[in-house]
Design a protein around this ligand. Structure first.
Ligand code: SF4
Length: 245
């Protein structure tokens, strides 16, 4: 999947979905107990519609392996539930990728969530998404009405230009995560925006908060911190990105 930046993320989603889905099964590379959110059962999937300079799964998302391990929704849920029982966790997530690339991956995700909620009455599922497809296809958010679902939308930039530079995708798609957040708020789905704080000044973050309010997004903005792995710093350098001191 040779990429020239910035690219069309909708086309990229379709291509990624063809690589990482086989029927109902999706390609994953790991299942683990992770310390984030105070402890969360985590499935690391492969395949994304973006190619963020700071992605810790950059190589796999840039070029998904030609042959990987595919897991059915039942397999994924079983593995997550086993981790949660062993660690006494109540939080679950799929990460390292975009969970929603198209209809097949969305169906896979919904089934994983449904099984987890059937098997664990205390479970909360954190859907970590870049918000592209949830904003691009208005019908998808309607199907996310689970009582214990939390949706964290990484909006990548503070404006279209910074979004394009960080996510590697065309700037006009900056509006998609905002549309997704607005729609989910209107549906009563618990969702909030997140952005990597390290690239922006306080004034730029304040301007983003104003943009969110103008788009009728009332949820609080989460400020993320960069994990500066050496390959992340190298990818950022190639993209012309630097951390603010
Ligand atoms: S949206 Fe997330 S998974 Fe996709 S490239 Fe960006 S950081 Fe990686």
């Amino acid at each position: 999947m040779a990429l020239s930046l910035p690219f069309d993320p909708i086309q990229r989603s379709e291509e990624a979905e063809k690589c990482v889905m086989r029927g109902e099964s999706r390609m994953y590379h790991k299942f683990r107990a992770a310390p984030y959110y105070g402890g969360i059962a985590t499935a690391d999937a492969i395949g994304c519609s973006f190619l963020c300079a700071y992605c810790w799964n950059y190589g796999r998302n840039e070029n998904p392996p030609r042959s990987g391990n595919f897991y059915s929704p039942e397999d994924v849920a079983d593995r997550l539930l086993e981790i949660s029982r062993r660690r006494n966790y109540h939080l679950f997530r799929i990460t390292g990728s975009e969970p929603i690339l198209g209809e097949a991956s969305f169906q896979h995700l919904l089934k994983v969530i449904e099984i987890v909620f059937q098997e664990s009455s205390e479970a909360e599922f954190v859907l970590e998404t870049n918000g592209l497809m949830l904003g691009y296809r208005e019908d998808l958010a309607d199907r996310l009405k689970f009582r214990n679902l939390l949706v964290r939308v990484a909006i990548k930039g503070v404006d279209p230009a910074s979004f394009e530079k960080i996510a590697g995708v065309r700037r006009e798609f900056f509006s998609c995560p905002l549309l997704a957040l607005k729609k989910m708020e209107s549906l009563g789905v618990r969702a909030w925006p997140a952005v990597m704080e390290d690239f922006f000044s306080k004034a730029e973050i304040d301007a983003l908060k104003k943009t969110l309010r103008q788009n009728e997004i009332r949820a609080e903005l989460e400020l993320e911190c960069l994990e500066p792995y050496p390959f992340v710093l190298e990818n950022m350098r190639k993209r012309g990105l630097s951390i603010r001191g």
